[in-house]
Design a protein around this ligand. Sequence first.
Ligand SMILES: NC(=O)c1ccc[n+]([C@@H]2O[C@H](COP(=O)([O-])OP(=O)(O)OC[C@H]3O[C@@H](n4cnc5c(N)ncnc54)[C@H](O)[C@@H]3O)[C@@H](O)[C@H]2O)c1
Length: 250
Amino acid sequence: MKSRELKGRTALVTGGGSGIGRACAEALAEAGALVHIVDRDADAAKSVAAGTGGVSHAVDLADAGAVDRLPADIDILVNNAGLQHVAAIEDFPPERFELIQKVMLTAPFLLMRHCLPHMYAGGWGRVVNISSMHGLRASAFKSAYVAAKHGLEGLSKVAALEGAPHGVTSNCVNPGYVRTPLVEGQIAAQAVAHGIPADEVVSDVLLDRSAIKRLIEPAEVAAVCVWLCGADTGYITGSSIPVDGGWGAR
Ligand SMILES: NC(=O)c1ccc[n+]([C@@H]2O[C@H](COP(=O)([O-])OP(=O)(O)OC[C@H]3O[C@@H](n4cnc5c(N)ncnc54)[C@H](O)[C@@H]3O)[C@@H](O)[C@H]2O)c1
């Protein structure tokens, strides 16, 4: 991407207070965009906004009405906020399943509904959905997450078809395991679910299918997000781009 190529563009990143969302907010700001950072963690959102010259919004995306209070004049929408719960289907709390669908599937839909009219009016827009390899593949004990990410893949493709005549692309980015608090929090839960010590979870469970035996850095995912917003990728839409260390090659 050319230096400051996104100058004059406005982005909104959900879950921008931590991990991949934070890295996307920083990379988009570095490319010149004004970034709105949306997170239920007010302090984290404020801190990223202070570091990027952006604007913070303390919002719980499980609350459907909250989306209407966010700005709609957005050129780049990064649907990233997410959470995980690891349990067998028969033990999975239904309210936790529903929360994960609300945050990771319904909120992206509501935000597209909110922001697409502005993108269509300007004849340009980018929707980047931070999906996962779990949008393309399943793992045991992750029913809610895998269901939500597979749903996000479908939503992204529909947005690609509807957005094409208006200069709007929609794509998914599909990371394997990224070094973030979300993954760190899973290690203990996976140890219980699989009945193995926590130190074996990274090597034997998380990276079992990855050819490259290291966690991905958040900036490596953010680089793909920014690339999808640049001038050279206007023909890429309805796609799912793995950042997976070879997991999908198996
Ligand atoms: N870390 C990984 O290995 C990995 C791999 C593939 C995909 N992903 C996806 O990347 C995205 C970001 O994950 P991460 O690893 O950076 O996680 P993270 O826990 O570091 O960050 C997630 C952010 O989302 C925010 N958030 C959660 N629920 C929210 C809600 N209801 N309303 C508003 N904000 C909320 C959190 O406060 C947090 O700041 C998720 O969609 C996740 O599924 C992560």
